[in-house]
Design a protein around this ligand. Structure first.
Ligand code: SER
Length: 884
């Protein structure tokens, strides 16, 4: 029996042999479509190739595409588990032509693969065509020899395929398999078509049109092909099963569920196992593609699916979380075809375990409330909306979970009442924020969040995406459009742009619509709404337009490197300086990083070198950066570093990097850095390239600040330093290695010369060449009073001492003519200090020169004068002191 994995390969190999490029499945979160919640068919990733706005180096492709149909158009959630062929997650096998072949080749390909490749009995096959599509009908007759009654013309939209409200579309032909008269049902288009006898197995769409928002269509220049065959359906058929859940792959998941809950896979809990098996696939693949459970948008759809499965696990009597224990079985089945699943295994397990642990805390109480409410209302009546809302609001029961629980009893929810209760809660929230005194321009963000929901951030996984412009804002008010030269704040439903937070600056880049281009210079957020601050540089942009959003990749790359390096730096500092090192702030800009932390002393050069070397060591180790979601308590138990004083929600994002190779020194024994962080990081540490610490300074009391560079900026800095050193060496006429020694020698020489010069100056001042200076005798006291040039105030005390020695007994007054303000000093030999004070002398001299003050001891005092032109008067004043 061919397994589902074999059947997938047979399909891809058949089309590869026929000139098709085997293209990987695109992620479940579409990057190229602003309107789709999840990728719902194989053609989504090729949308722009059909419309001709994008070209690649192939015109034929084949894929096995992951699809989710839950939430939005094509929503299968309600039926899943109860029917044979509904799934939230399925794989769509497809072949595609982009302006290459059309119907004439697509129909023979399909026929050959089904009848020869898969060996289906041609007599069991029949097809539908769109009622006006004569070409397709003729081709089926010619290629497959089908009789007219097996080529059924369908006039409805069943045979006109549309991806969503807008986009490429066209008539299609569907291929059906007839299970024979033993099963009830009629051919497509008949009154009994809903029976299980005739099963649709393959849809071939002839892409001919593009549909626009106003309902109009244009004919595509290049006619194309888009086909889709559900792997689960064709697998069931080829494995002789009538139920997709009986195929080998689904069966192994059902058995894993039965095993984990100690239950019979085919007993009364059958539906529960089927729900669990299906939802395990959609939740795991969504998490692998970057969706995290939340209360908004895609994250909320994920949460709804998860909780629905968890209630079914609970109904099987499971006492502990179940879902995460089934992930290994899924990875065994599908990890080879979808390596992203294997890569994300631990993230998926942790996320499921966390969600199930938390949900179980309220599940029992919620179910009891449900029972009580039901007991209170008449048999068969709808559950009041208020009760459903309470289950939602207090117990975390999404509406469809409550509906699912009631379905088993043949009952429903008063949905209008539920919506009314929801509106009332929103109104209360509005009243509280409008009264919260927010600035006027903050109000608009709350209003936009309420009207259009918060912005979904796609930027952990992609730097380009499409979104719809939900609002253009200027000066706190909405505007309809912005033209070239205008600056505007752009709000979209989903964005790859990171909004400034946690020290990481907002992204820059471009927003492009059909009519214009805006240059985004910064991204911020308020009330969950991302605000793209932009200037329109071409044409104009308008509210309601679909837009391509493109983050400046180079800039983001540098920001990422700086942010990841900051985590390594934080840990390296903690290890070098002690556990008291706690982050007090950070900046992750494209050109540099800054990190403030609690520490009392300056870092020594040795500390800086150790920290820098340790960070570079982990960069060279090039380990993967891992992101996980957990409760704040679990994160703390793991030893995660958190920002002091920061408020964290119920779930936190935990970023880990660097491996200690089991040295046991890490927080969890193995991992170097573990931090709570919402920022964007490098995939592998090697992308940081290099790390250079620029040194540290004091930021505030008890807080140090270090700055550092990474990547090219680090190398540029080192090269710049090298160039400066080379210039120094060249000036010194030395090699770079000798430069430091040469500078030291020069300094020594300089000091020796300075000493020598000072000595010579003194000698010169003293009359030079040993010539004595004339002393005057006044009142029996010898006085030397002189103006000296070429000496500074600093030289005076030594000169005074020298003069005193020469005099033996007497007084000295010296005035230094420094060019600017003169300096005065006076000295009196010890034998005379009883009679005359140097302080009196210096004050008298300084005052005579317009100076003030002066001080010192009786034997030596100093002062400053104002005007050297009055030096003679100063000398006279000193003499007058002696004259008494
Ligand atoms: N887009 C079509 C479908 O989903 C064919 O792939 O059925």
């Amino acid at each position: 029996m061919a397994s589902l994995n074999d059947i997938r390969s047979t399909f891809l190999d058949f089309f590869a042999k026929n000139g098709h490029r085997v293209v990987d499945s695109s992620p479940l979160v579409p990057r190229n479509d602003p309107t789709l919640m999840f990728t719902n068919s194989g053609m989504v990733q090729f949308k722009n190739l059909f419309t001709g706005t994008e070209h690649r180096d192939y015109t034929r492709a084949t894929t096995a595409q992951k699809c989710v149909r839950a939430g939005g158009k094509h929503n299968d959630l309600d039926n899943v588990g109860y029917t044979a062929r509904h799934h939230t997650f399925f794989e769509m096998l497809g072949n595609f032509s982009f302006g290459d072949y059309f119907k004439e080749e697509a129909i023979p390909f399909a026929w050959e693969l089904l009848t020869q490749g898969f060996g289906l009995d041609p007599k069991r096959l029949l097809v539908t065509v769109y009622h006006t599509d004569d070409d397709a009908a003729v081709l089926w007759k010619k290629v497959a020899g089908l009789s007219d009654d097996k080529i059924i013309r369908i006039p409805t939209n069943d045979n006109f395929w549309m991806m969503g409200p807008t986009g490429p579309c066209g008539p299609c032909t569907e291929i059906f398999y007839d299970h024979g008269p033993s099963i009830w049902g009629g051919p497509p288009g008949s009154a009994e078509e809903d029976g299980d006898r005739y099963i649709e197995i393959w849809n071939n769409v002839f892409m001919q049109f593009e549909q626009f928002e106003d309902g109009s269509r244009r004919e595509l220049e290049a006619k194309s092909i888009d086909t889709g065959m559900g792997l689960e359906r064709i697998g069931a058929l080829l494995q002789g099963k009538h139920d997709n859940y009986d195929t080998d792959l689904m069966r192994s998941l059902i058995e894993a569920s039965a095993h984990a809950t100690s239950n019979d896979p085919d007993g009364p809990g059958k539906v529960h196992h089927r729900v669990i098996a299906d939802h395990l696939r959609s939740t795991s693949f969504l998490i692998a593609d970057g969706v995290m459970p939340s209360n908004e948008g895609r994250g909320y759809v994920l949460r709804r699916i998860m909780r629905r499965a968890m209630r079914h696990a609970h109904m099987l009597g499971a006492q502990d979380p179940v879902m995460y224990r089934l992930v290994p079985a899924l990875v065994r089945q599908m990890g080879a075809a979808y390596p992203e699943l294997t890569r994300a295994q631990s993230l998926i397990e942790e996320t499921l375990k966390l969600e199930e642990t938390r949900f179980r805390q309220t599940l029992d109480r919620g179910l009891r409330l449900l029972d009580d409410e039901l007991a209170r209302i008449p048999e068969g009546a709808d559950l009041p909306g208020g009760a459903a809302f309470k289950l939602y609001d207090t117990y975390g029961f999404p509406l469809d979970l409550t509906q699912d629980a009631l379905r088993e009893m043949g009952r429903a929810v008063d949905v209008a009442g539920f919506e009314a209760a929801m509106d009332e809660q929103r109104a209360k929230a509005r009243a509280s924020w409008s009264g919260s005194g927010e600035a006027k321009d903050a109000k608009i963000w709350f209003e936009l969040a309420e009207a259009g929901g918060v912005t979904e951030f796609l930027g952990y996984d992609t730097e380009t995406a499409e979104g719809v412009i939900q609002a253009l804002v200027r000066d706190g008010a909405e505007i309809g459009a912005a033209a070239t030269g205008e600056t505007v704040q752009i709000v979209v439903n989903q964005t790859p742009f990171y909004a400034e937070s946690g020290g990481q600056v907002g992204d820059a880049g471009y927003v492009r619509t059909d009519t214009g281009l805006a240059h985004v210079t910064d991204t911020r957020k308020a009330a969950g709404v991302f605000i793209h601050v932009a200037t329109v540089t071409e044409g104009s942009i308008a509210k309601g337009q679909p837009a391509k959003l493109e983050v400046d990749h180079h800039r983001r790359g540098m920001i990422r490197a700086n942010h990841s390096a900051t985590h390594l730096l934080n840990e390296a500092l903690r290890r070098a300086l002690g556990d008291h090192v706690a982050q007090r702030g950070s900046l992750n800009a494209p050109d540099r990083l800054r990190f403030d932390f609690a520490h009392n002393a300056a870092l020594s050069p040795a500390d800086l070198a150790t920290v820098e070397a340790e960070v570079n060591g982990f960069i060279r180790q090039n380990g993967a950066v891992e992101t996980r979601i957990m409760t704040p308590d679990d994160a703390r138990a793991l030893g995660a570093q958190a920002l002091f004083g920061e408020k964290y929600g119920d779930e936190v994002r935990v970023v880990s990097m660097g491996s200690l190779d089991g040295s046991g020194k890490g927080n969890d024994g193995k991992t170097y850095s573990i931090e709570l962080c919402g920022g964007t990081h490098v995939g592998r540490l090697g992308e940081i390239g290099a790390f250079v610490l620029l040194g540290d300074s004091a930021s505030s009391a008890g807080v140090r600040r270090v700055e550092a560079l990474t990547g090219q900026a680090a190398l540029d800095h080192l090269r710049g330093q090298g160039a400066i050193l080379a210039e120094v060496a060249a000036t010194l006429k030395a090699s770079v290695t000798e430069a430091a020694e040469r500078v030291k020698v020069l300094f020594d020489e300089r000091r020796a010369l300075q000493n020598e010069v000072a000595q010579l100056r003194r000698e010169l001042a003293m009359g030079g060449g040993g010539k004595g200076v004339e002393a005057k005798e006044i009142n029996g006291v010898k006085l030397i009073a002189q103006v000296l040039t070429g000496v500074s105030g600093k030289d005076l005390p030594a000169l005074i001492d020298e003069m005193k020695t020469r005099l033996g007994s007497g007084a000295v007054v010296l005035i230094a003519d420094t060019g600017a303000k003169p300096a005065v000093a006076a000295g009196v030999t010890a034998d005379l200090t009883g009679r005359i004070s140097a302080v009196t002398l210096v004050k008298a001299a300084a005052e005579a020169m317009g100076g003030k003050g002066g001080g010192g001891r009786p034997d030596m005092a100093q002062a400053g004068g104002a005007d050297i032109g009055l030096a003679d008067a100063a000398i006279k004043a000193a003499e007058a002191v002696l004259e008494g």
